[in-house]
Design a protein around this ligand. Structure first.
Ligand code: ADQ
Length: 471
C-alpha cells in the first residue's frame, strides 16, 4: 500500500499531553493519516547556525515526522522575504504591498532545493506526495530534477489571482512552469482554478485539454477546485456547552443584556480588520439607539510580526480602535473589545456560539475557516447570523450568509443592522442550508477527494458529488 507523504512549511506534531489545539492542517490531515502510513516533512520552526541536510526524525503512531531546521538567512529570505513579503500580497491582490528582492527569491529557491534533496532520500517509489501552500511551489520541479516519478499533488490554501495580477511578480513565469510538474493542483474555488489555468495557458503556451487538464511539453496536470472544509461534528460538539469554559462564562457575564458581534482572524492585512472596525463605527453612527446595546469582540493574534507591513497594520488597528472607542464609548460601555491571545478550540467555539453576528469580512481570502466554524458552532434553535465578504472563498459555498463588499463600510454597516434584526425563522432557514453544505463538504471530504484524484482512484467514499459547489 502506498504511503502518504505530506510536505508543508510547518509540521504539526501531536501534543503528547493531548491538550492544546491542533493546527488547521493537522486536523485536516488527521483522517488522511489514518487511512495511510504517513510521513510529514517540513520546517521544524527552529533556526540553527547550519542548514539541515538530514531531517530530524520523530515517530508518532503510524506517522513519521521529518523536521528540517533553517538558518536565520533562510528564514529571512525564504519565509519572511519571498513567501510572505512578495508572494502573499500578490496572491491577495495587494500589488502595492509586494516587496520583491532577488536575494529573497534565490533564498526561496534554495530552501525548496534543500528540502527536495533531503526529502528525496526518504521517498519510496509508490509514495503519494502531497505538498501544501505557497512556500513550496517549486518543490515538485526540484523533486522531478532528482529523478522522482511519483504522483505529486499540490494544494494552494490562499487565492490564486488573475494572470494580469500574478504576472506582475518577477519570476512568475518560472513559478508557473514549476506548477506543471505536479500531477494535481488543488485550489480553493473554481475562480482560483480558472485564474491559474488561464495563467499557465497565456504565459507558457500550454494547451488546455478538458476543462481542468493542462498539457505542457508532454506533461499533463489537473488544476481543480477542492474547497477545504472543517471538522463540523467536532465544532458542534465543542460549542454545545459554551458556558462551561471560564472565559466564555466571564464574557457572558460581562455582556449582560448586550448582544455580541464577533470577529476572529490572524492579524493580517488580508483580513480587513481596520476596515471592519470602521464599518462597525458607521453602524453605531447610523444607529445611535444601538449604542450601549451591542459589543464587538475582535480576536486577532499577532502574526508575522517580523514583516514590516504587519507591524504597520498593528499600529493602524490600535489607532483605529482607540479612535472609535474614544469617540463613541461611554462610561460603562466600550464599543470594541480587542484581544490578541490564541484560544483553544472549545473557547473559540463557545464564543462563536454566544455571538449574534459573525463578522468575516476579509479583503481577500482563499477560503476562511472562521466563517465555517462560526456557522458550525451555532445553536440550531436560535442561530446567529454570518456577515461574509464576497472575496472570501467561503462565499462561493455559504451564499445564505449576508454577503458584503468589505470595501464598502456603509454596506457592511447595513448588513450588521440586518443581521441584528433578522427574525428567528429566517436565521434558522439560512443556517440549516449552510450547515447542509458544511456537512456535505467537510474536511474529510476535502482530504479524501483530493487524495483519490491524486492516486487515480476517482469517486468519493460517501454519497456526495465529487464536483465542489461554487463558481
Ligand atoms: P488563515 O489565513 O490562517 O488560513 P483561516 O482560514 O480563517 O485563515 O484559518 C484560521 C484558523 O485559525 C481558524 O481555524 C481559526 O479558528 C484559527 N484561529 C484564529 N484565531 C485564533 C485564536 N485567537 N486562537 C485560536 N485559533 C485561532 C489559510 C488561508 C485561508 C484558508 C486556510 C485553510 O489564508 O484562506 O481558509 O489557510 O486552507
Amino acid at each position: 500500500m502506498s504511503r502518504l507523504v505530506v510536505v508543508s512549511n510547518r509540521v504539526s506534531i501531536p501534543d503528547p499531553t493531548g491538550k492544546g489545539s491542533a493546527g488547521g492542517l493537522a486536523v485536516a490531515l488527521r483522517e488522511a493519516f489514518q487511512a495511510y502510513q504517513g510521513l510529514w516533512f517540513g520546517w521544524s520552526g527552529k533556526v540553527s547556525a547550519h542548514p539541515s541536510t538530514e531531517p530530524k526524525m520523530v515517530d508518532k503512531g503510524n506517522v513519521h515526522y521529518a523536521l528540517m531546521d533553517l538558518t536565520s538567512i533562510d528564514r529571512q529570505e525564504y519565509y519572511n522575504g519571498f513567501a510572505n513579503r512578495a508572494l502573499w500580497p500578490i496572491m491577495h491582490y495587494r500589488l502595492g504591498l509586494s516587496e520583491f528582492s532577488r536575494a529573497d527569491y534565490a533564498g526561496y529557491l534554495r530552501v525548496n532545493r534543500s528540502f527536495a534533496n533531503a526529502l528525496a532520500r526518504l521517498i519510496r517509489p509508490d509514495d503519494l506526495i502531497w505538498v501544501h501552500d505557497y512556500h513550496l511551489i517549486p518543490l515538485a520541479a526540484e523533486l522531478r530534477a532528482l529523478g522522482l516519478t511519483n504522483r505529486i499533488g499540490y494544494f494552494h490554501h490562499i487565492p490564486w489571482p488573475a494572470p494580469e495580477v500574478f504576472g506582475t511578480l518577477p519570476g512568475s513565469r518560472e513559478l508557473l512552469r514549476t506548477i506543471t510538474d505536479y500531477d494535481l493542483v488543488g485550489v480553493q474555488t473554481e475562480r482560483d482554478a480558472d485564474n491559474l489555468r488561464r495563467g499557465i495557458v497565456q504565459e507558457l503556451g500550454a494547451t488546455q485539454r478538458k476543462s481542468d487538464l493542462i498539457s505542457l511539453n508532454g506533461r499533463q496536470s489537473r488544476v481543480k477546485g477542492f474547497p477545504i472544509g472543517i471538522d463540523v461534528a467536532g465544532f458542534q460538539q465543542a460549542a454545545r456547552r459554551p458556558a462551561t469554559h471560564r472565559l466564555v462564562k466571564q464574557t457572558i457575564a460581562n455582556l449582560g443584556s448586550r448582544r455580541l458581534i464577533i470577529g476572529v482572524d490572524r492579524l493580517d492585512y488580508s483580513k480587513g480588520i481596520p476596515e471592519r472596525m470602521e464599518a462597525f463605527e458607521r453602524f453605531l453612527v447610523s444607529n445611535p439607539d444601538q449604542r450601549g446595546h451591542v459589543t464587538y469582540l475582535q480576536i486577532a493574534p499577532t502574526s508575522r510580526s517580523e514583516v514590516p507591513e504587519y507591524a504597520s497594520l498593528s499600529r493602524t488597528v490600535s489607532e483605529t480602535l482607540g479612535r472609535i472607542n474614544g469617540s463613541l464609548g461611554e462610561p460603562g460601555w466600550v464599543p470594541i473589545h480587542y484581544v490578541t491571545s490564541t484560544y483553544p478550540r472549545s473557547v473559540l467555539a463557545g464564543l462563536y456560539r454566544i455571538a449574534h453576528v459573525g463578522l468575516v469580512t476579509p479583503m481577500r481570502d482563499g477560503m476562511n475557516l472562521v466563517a465555517k466554524e462560526f456557522v458550525a458552532a451555532q445553536n440550531p434553535e436560535d442561530p446567529g447570523v454570518l456577515v461574509l465578504s464576497k472575496f472570501a472563498g467561503a462565499a462561493q459555498q455559504l451564499n445564505d450568509a449576508l454577503i458584503v463588499n468589505p470595501n464598502d463600510k456603509f454596506e457592511v454597516a447595513e448588513a450588521i443592522g440586518d443581521a441584528l434584526h433578522m427574525d428567528r425563522a429566517e436565521r434558522v432557514a439560512r443556517w440549516q442550508r449552510m450547515m447542509k453544505t458544511l456537512q456535505d463538504y467537510d474536511v474529510s471530504w476535502w482530504a479524501d477527494s483530493f487524495l483519490k484524484e491524486l492516486s487515480g482512484h476517482k469517486g468519493v467514499s460517501k454519497a456526495r458529488s465529487p464536483v465542489p459547489i461554487g463558481e
